[in-house]
Design a protein around this ligand. Structure first.
Ligand SMILES: Nc1ncnc2c1ncn2[C@@H]1O[C@H](COP(=O)(O)OP(=O)(O)OP(=O)(O)O)[C@@H](O)[C@H]1O
Ligand SMILES: [Mg+2]
Length: 478
């Protein structure tokens, strides 16, 4: 029996299997076909390591076509095959192929162990469609003898934790070019950053003749808590104490928000040092924001009352004539992209905004866009729980409930602490750039209004109330 992966048999099984995977990005769209665009034998069947215990492993790149005629998407899959099934792998089983059971190999300990060994050894496997290269970072200490376990979290890629030593992320949807998550972690390692989990290694390949990032291995942040969960716990604590103010309850987050502001400022400084700085044209920035506002306004009637007031800020940005300092940034910064370890904050996931094409995500941008993303996140954390209890119009002072008032107070307190921390490390206060910062906050809130209208209409009041607040500040001056 041939050991080579029969592409046509795999292709036949995938249109049913792929859309059911948590990481499949095109949920709800009908898949027309899945082609195996590239396949490289890693274990058995080729010039890999000759197979162990009947395990075969192939690295595959899948080209997915849709019946709606949209552009082809590429995904990555490590296809493992064994002569017989294993119950613990049932949930990732693709089906029988040529007398062997095929499944997503990341869940097989033997596969995840092999991956770690391959990175440590700096293995290169040559295939028909280019090499798959496992690359340790110079000087990195890659752990040995620890088993991998796939994280059970909702995510768009798939991550495997090796004890509390390392974490490997296999990018699922891939596009030609270096993934900014890998690129920026590499750059931050080069300047010795302590604000991110240090890069240990990567897996790289070729797609359409260009280099492509397939995965990355980093230090595991042991005993860490996610910033979003910490913020929700703090808000819950506040709302449970009817008579206390945000600064009086045990779960007050302001100290942590201040430290997080410091961390973000340090990362911005490190990215600027590693990858340089440039400038953006304010009129161009404002034109993009205005175009997004106009198209959101056409879809969301509730925005109508705010459009002119939002445009005041965008017009002021356009007219300012002052170039906006630019550099590489995180690009999708919010509380969910932070981990609090016992030592301090780390920023994670530098992939940038998932909806943007790669060539846009790698462009220099204003650091204030990241600051604005975090400020928006504090508002979301504050109102996340209130909105569950009292869907309503939080922007109307007559209707503003006690809960909403206190949520607002929590958000203002933490936004302010975050900016104070940022200012301390950056040397300039982000609030000193009022028009630019407000424009980024509004741009993000407009995007949120559109997103919520499409997916969770009862949440639309959260970004709308923020728009009301931010534009009221505009009316009051800078
Ligand atoms: N260095 C680390 N140490 C420990 N846990 C981590 C580390 N990096 C990430 N994680 C955990 O893994 C989860 C997923 O990581 P990450 O956000 O990088 O993946 P992603 O697939 O890009 O997610 P998303 O779909 O949200 O973009 C995080 O929520 C976090 O809990
Ligand atoms: Mg991501």
């Amino acid at each position: 029996m041939s050991l080579a992966l029969p592409s046509s048999e795999l292709s036949a099984l995938l249109p049913d299997w792929l859309p059911r995977q948590r990481w499949f990005a095109a949920k709800g769209r009908e898949v027309r076909s899945v082609e195996v665009a590239a396949s490289t034998p890693l274990i058995g069947g080729g010039d890999g390591d000759g197979g162990r215990d009947d395990l075969l492993l192939d690295h595959t790149v899948l080209a997915v076509e849709f019946t709606d005629g949209g552009p082809v998407q590429h995904y990555q899959l490590l296809v493992a095959r064994r002569p017989d099934g294993r119950t613990e792998l049932d949930h990732v089983t693709i089906g029988w192929i040529d007398g062997r059971i095929a499944y997503d190999g990341l869940w097989d300990h033997q596969v995840s162990d092999w991956l770690l060994d391959a990175i440590r050894a700096g293995l290169t496997v040559s295939g028909e469609h280019g090499d798959v290269r496992f690359v340790p970072e110079p000087g990195a200490e890659i752990p040995e003898g620890v088993s991998g376990r796939v994280l059970g979290v909702e995510q768009s890629n798939t991550s495997v934790a090796y004890g509390e030593k390392a974490i490997f992320k296999l990018f699922r949807r891939i596009a030609p070019g270096i993934n900014p998550d890998l690129e920026l972690h590499r750059a931050l390692r080069s300047v010795g950053s302590d604000q991110v989990a240090a890069l240990q290694g990567a897996v790289e390949g070729t797609l359409d003749g260009e280099p492509v990032s397939l995965g990355m291995l980093q230090d595991f942040a042991a005993n860490s808590a996610n910033g979003w969960s910490m913020a929700l716990a703090s808000v819950r604590d506040l709302l449970a104490e009817a008579d206390l103010r945000a600064d009086e309850v045990g779960g007050d987050l302001a100290g942590e928000s201040f430290r997080l502001g410091e961390t973000v400022a340090l990362v911005h400084d490190e990215l600027a040092r590693a990858l340089g700085t440039s400038e953006c044209d304010p009129a161009e920035l404002a034109a993009g924001m205005t175009a997004r506002l106009v198209s959101a306004g056409a879809e969301v009637p509730q925005l109508a009352d705010y459009i002119d007031r939002i445009r005041v800020t965008y017009d002021a940005l356009a007219a300012s004539g002052t170039p906006v300092p630019a550099q590489r940034i995180h690009g999708d910064l919010h509380l969910g992209q932070t981990l609090r370890t016992p030592l301090g904050w780390l920023l994670i996931d530098f992939e940038g905004e998932p909806a943007k094409p790669l060539e846009q995500r790698v462009q220099p941008d204003s650091a204030l866009r990241d600051v604005a993303g975090m400020l928006r996140s504090f508002d979301y954390a504050a109102f996340h729980q209130v909105s569950g209890w009292e869907p309503g119009d939080f922007s109307d002072p007559d209707q503003e409930s006690q809960l909403a008032w206190r949520a607002n107070e929590w958000s203002a307190r933490n936004r302010s602490a975050f900016c104070d921390g940022y200012a301390k490390r950056a040397g300039t206060d982000p609030r000193a750039h009022g028009v630019v910062l407000r424009a980024f906050e509004l741009d993000k809130a407009v995007y949120e209004v559109l997103y919520e209208t499409r997916s969770r209409p009862s949440w639309v009041p959260i970004p709308l109330a923020s728009i009301a607040r931010i534009t009221a500040d505009t009316d009051a001056g800078d």
